[in-house]
Write a protein that binds this ligand. Structure first.
Ligand SMILES: [Mn+2]
Length: 459
């Protein structure tokens, strides 16, 4: 395909200079003989003539197989288009229109695509402006965290993959390691997938006592803001987060974007703007951070999250991800499952299974997920004994009552109980169960759970 540029000046010539050269050099058709002379001297193929007369296009042997780039300047494009189509009916034309509103032809020129100048600038300039603004932010973060000897990167109390990945990314951005910039939390990492993430990616998270914060020379915070913590945190240097902006805190630098699905997306933009090489480990962490915070981009994610997601997809290690998302099943767990399933109870769309004694607490929610896939089931309630506690995991299909509320109503009087719309859990010491709910043999436990959950569903 040949490119034929129809224009008044050398703007399109400049445009072609900067871009990867098309297979055949474009032919320029210009109205002014002087412009043609300039273009020829610069090595371009060019013809000149009246832009609204067919003769020029005949001389150029314009055919419907060419692609015309038309930039008519201030002249109305109709006359030029008529001349072009007289010689090459149906040739595709890309019209670059200088005025704000594209012309309206009511279907007269079917093969013309119009791009207005403001559109063109927006598409080209906006990402560049965004990137320039990001670079300034990156510089600011680096300046603030460069000089201090030891920097603490804080996350919320039970950090999730988004927080962990963001902390790791911030540490990479400021070029530090775990000795000079440890990643810390006041709480502990409890969810099995999050524990698996730390293990698989060899990330160390330190448990920090509130009093120890003062031992650091600078404090940065990701995926959280100072008021989220019970302990007062002063002199925060950097806060990067995507939760709604909290009031009443000071920070030397803050970048809070509630429109973003994950803090990992913000940090990915920073790393890209700073042109820092993202290792496979960091890419895997950030990818998982976005994926889990946006539920596979289904919740709260936007265009920026999708872009970061697509970018990281190429760099991440998907085998490691699978290992994090689906922890290996110990062989004995199958026996617990068979045992539990053989004594399942299904009532009003709820599948109840009691596994008896299980080795690892994460097996219970895993089986609860599995049971939810059974045809016709809207709720799954899986229980098991881990050490001295009874664990109960509840899952639902999402469009029914909130699982968190049902679990609270059913077991709130016995132990810790709560959760979200579609997943919830309760952990009850067997001692308390015995004192207030009944016997602790498997049959009695299952019977009592059925009664309590069905009652909870009615509340
Ligand atoms: Mn987050």
């Amino acid at each position: 395909m040949r490119y034929v540029a129809v224009c008044q000046n050398d703007f399109l010539f400049q445009l072609f200079q900067g871009s990867p050269t098309p297979a055949t050099p474009p032919l320029f058709l210009v109205g002014d003989a002087r412009v043609r002379g300039q273009l020829s001297r610069r090595g371009a193929q060019a013809l000149s003539g009246h832009l609204d007369a067919p003769a020029l296009y005949q001389r150029a042997r314009l055919s419907p197989g060419d692609l015309v780039l038309l930039m008519p300047g201030r002249r109305p494009p109709e006359k030029i288009l008529e001349a072009i189509f007289r010689v090459a009916p149906g040739v595709p034309v890309l019209l670059i229109h200088e005025a704000g509103d594209p012309p309206v032809w009511n279907g007269r020129f079917d093969t013309v695509t119009t791009l207005t100048m403001p559109q063109l600038f927006r598409e080209v300039l906006q990402p560049e402006i965004h990137r320039a603004a990001l670079r300034i932010k990156v510089e600011r973060v680096r300046t603030l965290l460069e000089a201090p000897e030891r920097v603490l990167i804080m996350m919320q109390d039970d950090p999730d993959p988004d927080a962990i990945a963001s902390a790791l990314a911030l540490r990479t951005l400021i070029g530090r390691n775990k000795a000079t910039a440890p990643i810390g939390t006041f709480g502990a990492i409890t969810r099995p997938e999050n524990v698996a993430m730390l293990k698989a990616l060899e990330i160390e998270v330190e448990r920090i006592l509130p009093a120890a914060v003062r031992e650091f020379d600078a404090l940065a915070m990701v995926d959280a803001q100072p008021p989220f913590f019970e302990e007062p945190l002063h002199d925060v240097a950097v806060v990067i987060d995507h939760h709604p902006e909290a009031k009443g805190f000071k920070a030397a630098f803050r970048d809070i974007r509630p429109g973003y699905g994950a803090t990992s997306t913000i940090l990915t933009e920073y790393l890209r703007a700073a042109e820092i090489k993202i290792s496979q480990k960091l890419a895997t962490a950030l990818f998982y951070g976005i994926k889990s915070d946006t539920l596979h981009l289904e919740r709260g994610g936007g265009r920026a999250d999708m872009e970061a997601f697509a970018f990281l997809f190429e760099l991440a290690n998907h085998n490691v991800l699978r290992r994090i998302e689906r922890p290996e099943l110990p062989l004995e767990a199958l026996d617990s499952l068979v045992q539990g399933l053989s004594q399942r109870e299904i009532t009003r769309g709820v599948l109840f299974t009691h596994l008896g004694s299980v080795a690892r607490p994460d097996l219970i929610p895993q089986f609860a997920d599995l049971c939810l896939q059974v045809e016709g089931i809207e709720w799954s309630v899986v229980s098991g004994v881990v050490g001295v506690d009874l664990h109960i995991s509840v899952r639902n299909v999402g469009y029914v009552k909130s699982a968190g509320e049902v679990v609270k109503a059913a077991f709130g009087d016995l132990g810790s109980a709560g959760g979200h719309r579609s997943m919830a859990k309760a952990v009850i010491p067997l001692r308390d169960w015995k004192a207030r709910a009944g016997e602790t043999d498997p049959v009695a436990i299952r019977r009592e759970i059925v009664t309590r959950v069905l009652r909870g569903l009615e509340v």
